[in-house]
Design a protein around this ligand. Structure first.
Ligand SMILES: O=C(O)CCC(=O)C(=O)O
Ligand SMILES: [Fe+2]
Length: 309
């Protein structure tokens, strides 16, 4: 996965429930087996059953399942304090949340972008479990490092990308921009696209560099620096094209998952109220786009355009 600069991605922080063994999970089984009272035995049986049920759930609840089609599902969270010192009063989060929308982006647009991801990533591809393509900078995973896809394209006579690809990309980005601005009460003109904004392809191959370790819990604001709002557009479907690979919010009480599906948009405030990670893939390939927004005009990037040969 890309870095905010060219240095290797910092291994993100881990927190709360991530990596807990069942024995370390919620303390729900403090059962007292006092044989004198039937009621105690009943409580004990109930507690053991409760523990077993909780154990099977693994302390994880599904926030948005793959089978649900939701116009909008919102989970409010208390904002972390890290926004307090920042300027950007007309843009930085006043309330924090995670939002999932299945009808914002058309399936045809998501399918089109899936094609762009496949065509672009076919020109490179990392050795490990995660590859990225950034249409803004041209960064494309290749082996253990990155190449510039636009420089590569200068040497190829074939046209890999079209005007239409970039038009769809910009249109989708604009829809998400407007939706985030509306949800968080920000004027669209006070919110800017920022980097890195990139396609990702994940598979079951073991990581060969730290860039490939997508499964660490992290805070986007810390990992990428400029982010205030993170969005993800999923380009493939959990349970159909891959298993594992669910997106997981790490919360104190329980982990909450978003199951990716083609065309699903998930966006959230980028601070430590939204620690998250992607589960390791078990099978198949998973495609997504991370589209990032900042309140800092100095960190803004322009929309990508098809380079002329
Ligand atoms: O692909 C995803 O679901 C999340 C990726 C992510 O956490 C990131 O790009 O920072
Ligand atoms: Fe992230």
């Amino acid at each position: 996965m890309p870095e905010k600069s060219s240095s290797p991605r910092k291994v993100p922080l881990t927190k709360g429930n991530v990596g807990r063994k069942p024995s370390e999970k919620k303390d729900v089984a403090e059962v007292s087996f006092t044989p004198l009272y039937v009621s105690s035995a009943a409580v004990a049986v109930f507690s053991v059953l409760y523990y077993l049920l909780t154990y099977q759930e693994g302390g994880t609840e599904t926030f948005v399942p793959v089978g649900l089609t939701t116009e909008k599902k919102v989970h409010e969270v208390a904002c972390s304090t890290e926004y307090a010192k920042e300027p950007f009063h007309d843009c930085k989060p006043k309330r924090c949340a995670r939002v999932v929308m299945d009808e914002l982006v058309a399936k045809s647009e998501a399918s089109h972008l899936r094609g762009v991801a496949e065509r672009g990533l076919a020109l490179g591809g990392g050795d490990g479990g995660a590859s990225i393509l950034d249409l803004h900078s041209g960064a494309l995973s290749k082996g253990k490092s990155f190449i510039n896809v636009y420089r590569l394209l200068e040497t190829i006579s074939e046209n890999i990308f079209t005007e239409e690809d970039f038009r769809v990309y910009r249109n989708v980005k604009s829809k998400i921009h407007v939706a985030i601005a509306k949800e968080f009460g920000v004027k669209p003109s006070a919110l800017f696209l920022t980097k890195p904004t990139f396609f990702s392809r994940m598979n079951t191959k073991p990581a060969t560099t730290v860039h490939d370790e997508y499964w660490h819990a992290h805070v986007d604001k810390v990992t990428y620096g400029s982010f205030h709002y993170t969005s993800l557009l999923y380009l493939s479907t959990y349970g159909e094209e891959f298993s594992g690979g669910r997106f997981i919010f790490v919360d104190k009480d329980v982990n909450r998952t978003v199951e990716p599906r083609l065309g699903r948009v998930s966006f959230f405030t980028s601070g430590s109220e939204n620690v998250h990670f992607v589960e390791k893939l078990v099978e198949g390939e998973r495609f997504a786009i991370t589209i990032s927004f900042t309140c800092d005009p100095a960190q803004a990037i322009s929309d990508p355009v098809l380079p002329t040969k």
